[in-house]
Design a protein around this ligand. Sequence first.
Ligand code: FES
Length: 155
Amino acid sequence: MTEKLDSIIADYRHNEGNLVSILQQLQDEFNYIPQEAVAYISHSLEIPISRFYGVATFYAQFHLKPRGKNIFTLCCGTACHVKGSEKLIERLQRETALTSTDSTTKDGLITIEKVACVGACSIAPVAIVNKKVHGKANINQLLRMVKAMREDESE
Ligand code: FES
């Protein structure tokens, strides 16, 4: 982890970066913002740790809790709700034994998250799987993805 963090720090110094870009790089690398990584960077750059958390908690895009290797983000805006997003979520949660409060599988393979409208209502319901947008999502397609992820993991 230290090597990656040193590279983020070097990038910040070289490009006169900002805290958002550091947090974004951390999240890209780890799928969330690890506390120990923030402490390390805060110490190296002599920037108070509170400033990192001030930014991280301001933006909904940042996640402070560990997330799975694969992220299913289901839109729950009005158009997606009308088109059955809640049923997609319930079925996915049943398949992965997750709930709305327990959103990451114990093996760390899958996280299921809900978001408000992502601005693609014309292709509702929308599922974003590992940053790829799937319009008119259906449960068979999502379950096939879960199956493929499990198979990849067990190889
Ligand atoms: S409500 Fe889901 S994209 Fe707008």
